[in-house]
Design a protein around this ligand. Structure first.
Ligand code: ADP
Length: 214
């Protein structure tokens, strides 16, 4: 069963959509043979700080070990469960095209399809979400409000840099297709329509047979 790679700017609504997709797919999997997995930075306790290039000295940036380690953990987690019986949703930035290529090849090696779910959101809107999280954290640190379990914000420089480094999926390439898109404004009905199209393409009657040498 497929690997669904979620991608988008930081704080663009990826986890929200990944959870909606998880709930939708739960209703489509009607037999006990198939399983559904949602893997994310949060599920593997990977901090947003691993993506922060400012946290490592300039001369060692090319060997940003912490981000590499995070990718190794994510890769291992996907590899452990991906099979023809398992649907895996990988909720994360997935912003490097070489990384998406690597995931696509992994799925192919398992003879299962992969696809991309891109979350479209303007940088301004996504920035507001992060800013609100930074404000909440600052208020907690000042003792103004109680700490909550909410998601960790990105440091502003880290956030800006991730948006700058983001490599848009290109549906003309094998590894970025099929590509499905949801934008912030899409309502529940539109999201369901997109999830239906995704299901039909990768798991339903429209599913292509994956040959390892293609
Ligand atoms: P990401 O996983 O990209 O960091 P989240 O899914 O955590 O982003 O979303 C960030 C915030 O924006 C959450 O508080 C969520 O409730 C809100 N949000 C996400 N998508 C939407 C949307 N389509 N419409 C309204 N609010 C949204």
């Amino acid at each position: 069963m497929p690997l669904i790679i979620v991608t988008g700017f930081p704080t663009s609504g990826k986890s929200t959509r990944a959870k909606q997709l998880y709930d939708y797919l739960s209703t489509r999997i009607t037999d006990s043979k198939h399983r559904l997995h949602l893997i994310s930075d949060d599920s593997l306790s990977i901090s947003r700080a691993v993506y922060d290039l400012a946290a490592v000295p300039a001369h060692t940036r090319s060997a940003n070990a912490s981000e590499k380690d995070a990718r190794a953990s994510l890769y291992g987690a996907v590899k452990r469960v991906l099979s023809d019986k398992d649907i895996v949703i990988l909720d994360g930035l997935n912003y490097i095209k070489g990384w998406r290529y690597q995931l696509h090849c992994e799925a192919k090696a398992m003879r299962t399809p992969s696809c991309i779910l891109q979350i479209g959101c303007t940088p301004d809107r996504a920035k507001e979400v992060n800013q609100a999280r930074l404000n909440t954290r600052a208020a907690v640190e000042r003792g103004g409000i109680e700490a909550t379990d909410g998601p960790e914000p990105y440091e502003q420089g880290n956030w800006d840099n991730l948006v700058f480094r983001y490599e848009e999926p290109n549906p003309m390439t094998r590894w970025d297709s099929p590509l499905f898109t949801l934008i912030w404004e899409d309502d529940e009905a539109q999201a369901t329509k997109t999830f239906e199209a995704l299901w039909d393409t990768i798991a339903g009657d429209g599913r292509k047979v994956v040959k390892p040498n293609q």
